[in-house]
Design a protein around this ligand. Structure first.
Ligand SMILES: [Fe+2]
Length: 370
């Protein structure tokens, strides 16, 4: 059941100044501040287009594993193309990977300067052979959803008392990326076990947009969720009464999209907006799958993540210190969730140790012990 506490924002209300927009701005702030999440209607994305895209995506996932393994891969930290099942792992997961396969692509043009510095975060798209419909549908959906996110960010800035283009300037040329996800069917042994479709985590980007998932029955047909417990759950902001937050089901009302706050937006607003912890529970039924699409809007890799001026005080600076480049933050997080290799951390900025060691070796001198 959709949770009726979580605000629904109609995009049409954001179009022009007036009482409707004021009310929508307020709802936006209440949702993103209290739950880290809002539902969006009036977004203009046709459900049939999403169904059609998932159909093409499923066809791509049914190709041989050996072929899928050639699309992207570990060298680019799985930031484009196919991510195999049991690869990504939430920070809190204790070694338990998510039971899903994914396809990453960037729907927006890439910043060549950032691309030279962060070749994995800004990798070129890769596409399967003979899947033009999948590619075109992917890019069209990603661009449409990105545009919705940009409008929401302008509204969020306004509602927070910031200049309306505050986030627009920060995200220009960011490593925005979309992700098609297919959550995999559980066997009889896995049903009721600790296998998760997505372990609890917070997104590390600025804002995530989800145009709506679909459940598929064991015959592969779109069907209503097989049991009430399956799907998205979120954790609300902690209060005195609920110091660990409340766990709510985040299923969107029919036809609504979901927008959720990521860590970058929480940092920039000094915690005024909440990066919502969320998880995806599998159904208690054998053979069911789910497709989903997520678009991640990122702050440009060169921007510094720290509370913006109106939100910067001793407490928030303490809470979110030290300031860090968004590109560094992204690299570290991708290592933490097992998409980038641990030695990626050695590439965070120039260090002279290696060069000096090489010089000394060439001279035949012993490197310093320390
Ligand atoms: Fe997420």
């Amino acid at each position: 059941m959709p949770h009726l506490e979580i605000p629904v924002v109609d995009l049409a209300d954001l179009a022009a100044p007036g009482p409707a927009r004021d009310a929508a701005d307020k709802a936006l702030l209440a949702g993103l501040g209290g739950y880290g999440l809002i539902f969006i209607k009036g977004h203009g994305i046709a459900p049939e287009a999403v169904d059609g895209f998932y159909r093409d995506f499923i066809a791509v996932t049914q190709r041989p594993e050996a072929e899928k393994a050639t699309w992207g891969g570990r060298d680019i930290w799985f930031q484009r193309g196919w991510t195999p099942p049991n690869t990504e792992q939430a920070v809190v997961a204790g070694g338990q990977p998510d039971f899903k396969e994914c396809y990453f692509a960037a729907p927006e043009a890439l910043d060549p300067v950032a691309q030279a510095e962060y070749p994995q975060l800004y990798a070129e798209n890769v596409w399967p052979d003979g899947a033009d419909g999948f590619r075109d549908g992917y890019l069209a959906l990603g661009r449409q959803v990105h545009g919705i996110g940009v409008r929401l960010l302008a509204a969020a800035a306004r509602a927070l008392g910031l200049a309306e283009d505050t986030f627009d300037r920060l995200i220009e040329g960011g490593a925005h990326v979309s992700r098609a996800l297919r959550y995999l069917p559980l066997s009889a042994e896995q049903v009721g076990s600790d296998v998760l479709w997505g372990e609890e985590h917070t997104d590390f980007n600025l804002l995530t947009l989800l145009p709506g998932g679909r459940f598929y029955d064991p015959q592969g047909q779109i069907a209503p969720r097989p049991d009430d417990s399956a799907g998205l759950y979120l954790r609300t902001r902690p209060t005195a009464e609920h110091p660990n937050g409340r766990r709510l089901q985040g299923v969107a009302p029919p036809g609504c999209m979901v927008a959720q706050v990521g860590q970058q937006l929480e940092i920039l607003t000094g915690g005024r907006l909440l990066a919502t912890p969320h998880e995806i529970l599998p159904p208690k039924a054998v053979g069911w799958t789910r497709c989903s699409f997520a678009h991640f809007i990122h702050v440009h890799a060169h921007q510094i993540l720290r509370p913006l001026a109106p939100f910067a005080d001793a407490a928030t600076v303490q809470a979110y210190r030290p300031s860090v480049l968004a590109g560094t933050y992204g690299t570290k997080t991708l290592v933490d969730i097992n998409l980038a290799p641990p030695d990626a951390l050695q590439g965070l900025g120039y260090r002279h140790y290696k060069r000096l060691a090489e010089h000394r070796q060439e001279e035949g001198r012993k490197a310093f012990a320390k």
